[in-house]
Design a protein around this ligand. Structure first.
Ligand SMILES: *Cc1c(COP(=O)(O)O)cnc(C)c1O
Length: 459
């Protein structure tokens, strides 16, 4: 079929959607390091994790061996409300750049929550429902995850308690109202509804909160619910990458239909879930020695966990109530400057992606936010979609790679993940349009200070 002109949008039929998630850990020689109990420093057992997380999700979290895990029918039906998502050939962008490169993007913004997070939200809500729980607790930073989870919980009739980082709660009232419209209970964090929240407020009275702190509150709310609630997390965990593999599986099916083999696959990386999901099936081929691809993780220069972090065991949250994870991290005490890509401000990175990066299977670059918004605006004007600031990190690097092809004349095929839309980020766009956007890059001294606070684990 390769002589046929590739359409602007490759849509799969519903029958072509994946029926199982792909678990890339099955093909990794060096498995991601286990979560550790912060008290004993021993690997967390399923029973210990089940106090915090839903039982089926604990199984998925610990499953390093099964290559495929069937997607339950209810989740597949829900996916059909907004999937399959299109794989778009960026003809207009290619022409504007004058590049011989062929650029494709997988667009995950076609649902009300506006991002890929719904792919895992529905899965996690489903397993909570299966277990007979009343509801789930979670944190949200920029608000995309909270919105996605609210939608999933509304669909299944579950309570949804969201701890929203206080500065977002105040600055993004519309996100908050979307969550409440879907029935979620939204509390600004830190709050006085939890012990950890009260302690943080006492120590830092004026604080506008952080993701790590909201996580601690949401975990406490679940653990102290008498078993009626469990905590769910929208990124970082291996189960979330598993659910997000639906992005990569659809992308691969669409490319295969037209005999297209990508050279470079690019994604933005906050906790690593969209990138991990997008690259998983391709990474599997690379790990099995069948094919070779370049994978590029793009992170903000203000929160550079892969490019400047340490690969070590660290806390996942500020309150230090969660297990320790081995990952590229800036230290759980690191609070990045207020950049506008809220979804990329986590201090750590998925253990799976961290291990793959450590073993040389993946590259990483960091970019500054003014150059990200230049790319975002160019993309909006040429391709029509108003991208989320997070997604625009991937756009920036896709454009940079396409411009390199223009210089060398190479016709590389570039695929990137367009994770969401930016309608709720107009304050950020306003700053950019007014020329008021600044870039803040942490100094080595600041990072060293944060590294010095990390737990000393000899594993
Ligand atoms: C949350 C979010 C991200 C970053 O999260 P990952 O887990 O790294 O994928 C990227 N883009 C959008 C639109 C988001 O909402």
């Amino acid at each position: 079929m390769s002589e046929n002109k590739i359409p602007y949008k490759i849509y799969l039929s519903e029958e072509e959607m994946p029926t199982a998630w792909y678990n890339v850990r099955a093909d990794m020689k060096n498995k991601p390091a286990p979560l550790l109990n912060p008290g004993t420093l021993e690997p967390m057992k399923a029973e210990e994790l089940e106090g915090v997380f839903c039982s089926e999700l604990v199984k998925q979290e610990l499953n390093n061996d099964d290559r495929y895990i069937e997607i339950p029918q209810t989740i597949r039906d829900f996916y059909k409300m907004y999937r399959p998502s299109p794989l778009v050939r960026a003809y207009c962008l290619e022409e504007k750049l004058g590049t011989p490169a062929k650029i494709y993007y997988k667009f995950e913004g076609n649902n009300t929550s506006g991002s890929h997070k719904l792919n895992s939200a529905i899965a996690q809500a489903y397993y909570a429902k299966q277990q007979g729980l009343s509801g789930v607790t979670t944190e949200t930073g920029a608000g995309q995850w909270g919105t996605a989870l609210s939608m999933a919980c509304a669909y299944l009739g579950l309570d949804c308690k969201v701890y929203m980082v206080k500065c977002s709660y105040e600055q993004k009232p519309f996100r908050r109202e979307v969550m409440r419209t879907y029935g979620a209970d939204v509390t600004p964090s830190p709050s006085n509804t939890t012990n950890v929240g009260r302690a943080i407020l006492e120590q830092f009275p004026g604080t506008t909160g952080s993701l790590g702190c909201a996580i601690s509150e949401a975990v406490e709310a679940a653990v102290s619910s008498g078993g009626k609630y469990r905590y769910v997390l929208g990124s970082v965990l291996s189960q979330v990458l598993l659910h997000q593999s639906v992005i990569g599986l659809e992308t691969k099916t669409a490319l295969d239909k037209y005999g297209i083999t990508p050279d470079i696959i690019i994604g933005c990386a906050g906790g690593g879930s969209n990138l991990g999901g997008l690259i998983s099936p391709f990474m599997g081929e690379k790990l099995r020695g069948e094919k070779d691809y370049r994978f590029i993780a793009v992170e903000p220069a203000s929160c550079p966990s892969l490019t400047r972090g340490k690969f070590a065991y660290d806390f996942c949250d500020t309150g230090k109530v969660c297990p320790l994870a081995k990952m590229y991290t800036l230290g759980s005490g690191f609070i990045p400057s207020a950049n506008h890509a809220g979804g990329l401000r986590y201090h750590g990175m998925s253990s799976i992606l961290s291990q793959l990066y450590h073993d040389g299977y993946m590259e990483a670059v960091s970019v500054e936010q003014t150059s990200v918004f230049e790319a975002a605006e160019m993309f909006a004007r040429i391709e029509g979609i108003l991208p989320a600031p997070e997604s625009s990190h991937a756009i920036r690097v896709a454009i940079d790679e396409a411009l390199k092809c223009k210089e060398t004349g190479e016709e590389k095929t570039i695929v990137f993940g367009l994770t969401g839309t930016g309608y709720f980020d107009m304050v950020a766009y306003e700053k950019f349009n007014n020329g008021e956007m600044v870039d803040y890059i942490p100094t080595d001294e600041e990072l060293e200070k944060s590294f010095a606070q990390m737990p000393k684990v000899d594993k």
